[in-house]
Design a binder for this molecule. Structure first.
Ligand SMILES: [Zn+2]
Length: 238
């Protein structure tokens, strides 16, 4: 496979009439009509790659200029544990700011917040997710402990600009709050990764074989983070 700056998705279509490159935020999609050979598709990709990469950068740049609270509050859906679910913001006089997630993300807000509305909504979601994720991961660690024998001193969830997790020298585990938005298996990979740092402080072959012992398919979850992680971080840069 030729390398493309940014994730490439290949879609074979019985409806498409011709080879086509579609550029979406964070993604280049190559659409291959039925009956088109691999060599022809790759030649087409080669020919239009520079254009698609330019377009992708432009899109990413545009997305990053929208202030995070505004783009958050105006999204009809949000990712939650790997699925897009509806975001429902309700404003009424006398309501207290409150978040709940059941099939959809519900955010209740008092009326009259004015310009701060979007910011309040995003902050409330962030605070709720941090608490939810800490509890969820604590239970996960307990479930894994009989197998791994690894327990962190403390689990902290916070906003991290470029990382998904870290393990401190005193075995505190820090996790990026956005992991709650990723699929459960990806969250579990990051938790196991950081837990393994309790016994292996580096990324040596010994470390990776320990990760593989607990999660044999971890490469898939790493791939997910490579493909979608940057976009998630960009979309919710607090
Ligand atoms: Zn690591």
């Amino acid at each position: 496979m030729k390398s493309v700056a940014g994730p490439l998705k290949i879609r074979r279509s019985s409806k498409a009439k011709r080879l086509r490159l579609a550029v979406k935020p964070g993604l280049i999609e190559l659409v291959i009509p039925r009956g088109t050979g691999e060599a022809q598709a790759m030649a087409f990709l080669d020919q239009h790659r520079a254009w698609a990469e330019g377009k992708l950068l432009e899109l990413n740049d545009r997305a990053s200029r929208i202030p995070a609270p505004a783009s958050f509050a105006s999204s009809p859906t949000l990712p939650w544990r790997g699925r897009e679910v509806p975001l429902i913001i309700r404003e009424a006089p006398g309501l207290r700011t409150r978040v709940s997630v059941e099939g959809a993300i519900h955010i209740a807000l008092p009326q009259g917040l004015g310009e701060t509305r979007d910011e309040v909504a995003l902050r409330a979601f962030y605070v709720w997710v941090r608490r939810w994720l800490r509890t969820h991961v604590a239970a996960m660690v307990e479930r894994l402990a009989p197998r791994t024998g690894l327990r962190p001193r403390e689990i902290r969830v916070k906003h991290m600009k470029t990382r998904w997790g870290s393990c401190g020298p005193r075995n505190d585990i820090n996790l990026n709050w956005l992991l709650a938005l990723a699929p459960e298996s990806v969250l579990e990979y990051v938790v196991v990764h950081e837990l393994c740092h309790i016994s292996e402080r580096n990324h040596s072959p010994a470390f990776w074989s320990l990760v593989a012992r607990h999660l044999p398919n971890y490469a898939e979850e790493r791939r997910w983070l490579k493909l979608h992680g940057a976009e998630l971080m960009r979309r919710f840069s607090l």
